[in-house]
Design a protein. Structure first.
Length: 299
């Protein structure tokens, strides 16, 4: 019974009241056992040394965003990606002085802090941060002091205009202009399926400040072969002879070379049910096309 009162007081107190002890002794034993139990609860357990399988808990480092380093610390907050002015202001608020240098292969001075962005930072001494910067809009070099890695124009000749536009916009060129590969053919506003014949800048050419650059894609409609060179007409005007008529194999045919049709005037063309005559069709002549729009005898 005494063992229960000492080792397990709650059970001992219950059991003591089933003994033949007098009420006085039962009450005294219960009180003493209860006091012993309370003493065990409020006392601090002794610290235990970690066993071989247990590792002591290490203090977790504070988040860099919540704790600012002291000026003598060797670990800095990350100021990169900000304009030089914003980075300098934040660093000085943290107790540092600042200097800066051109992080590219050049050696330009930073006269306007808002026009420079921080790519690299290093602690010189105990209280000075040296910022490696490039002009705003330039990509950061891979390492401090290396050339600015401007993107190169992709090769898009032979692609559809839609696929070519995606590749050009992939290097951050935002302005893409479309023109006809043939100077006398005007492409639609969105020639997605048209084929790119010529491009500017040329494939592989370095594109500086691509967000401000413009690319020109010259296209031709599906089924039409690209011209052998730029500034070519799909339907060139016929060669005019000395008498004012298009050149022909015979002196009096007056038709497009290789054509057998000839109409001395629009009345003859209408009588033959050939009017209107379009440039490139048999019988078309500049003399019959009074307004020069490429359609003869249309009025």
């Amino acid at each position: 019974m005494f063992v229960l009162l000492v080792l397990l007081p709650p059970a001992g107190i219950v059991m003591v009241w089933f003994t033949k002890w007098s009420t006085r002794w039962k009450a005294l034993a219960s009180v003493l056992s209860l006091l012993w139990f309370v003493l065990i609860l409020v006392s601090d357990p002794e610290e235990q040394e970690p066993t071989g399988d247990e590792k002591p808990m290490l203090a977790q480092p504070a988040s860099p965003s919540s704790v600012l380093p002291s000026p003598g610390a060797t670990t800095l907050l990350d100021y990169t990606g900000r304009t030089l002015r914003v980075a300098e202001t934040a660093a000085r608020a943290d107790g540092y002085s600042t200097v800066s240098h051109d992080a590219s292969e050049g050696d330009a001075g930073q006269w306007d802090d808002d026009n420079w962005a921080v790519c690299f930072q290093s602690l010189t001494g105990s209280r000075t941060i040296d910022f490696g910067v490039v002009r705003t809009g330039q990509p950061c070099p891979e390492r401090d002091g290396e050339p600015v890695p401007w993107p190169s124009m992709p090769d898009v000749v032979g692609l559809t205009y839609r696929a070519a536009s995606v590749k050009v916009e992939g290097i951050d060129v935002e302005k893409v202009t479309v023109e006809g590969a043939y100077t006398d053919v005007t492409p639609p506003t969105a020639p997605d399926s048209w084929e790119v014949c010529f491009q500017s800048p040329a494939a592989g050419e370095r594109v500086e400040y691509p967000k401000n650059a413009a690319a020109v894609l010259k296209v031709t409609e599906p089924g039409t072969t690209c011209p052998p060179e730029e500034f070519t007409e799909l339907h060139p005007d016929p060669v005019i002879t000395d008498d004012g008529d298009p050149d022909s194999s015979s002196g009096d045919s007056g038709s497009v070379s290789g054509s057998s049709a000839y109409y001395p005037n629009c009345a003859a063309a209408r009588a033959a049910h050939a009017a209107p005559l379009h440039r490139g069709e048999p019988g078309y002549r500049l003399r019959l096309d009074r307004d020069g729009d490429g359609i003869a005898c249309d009025r």
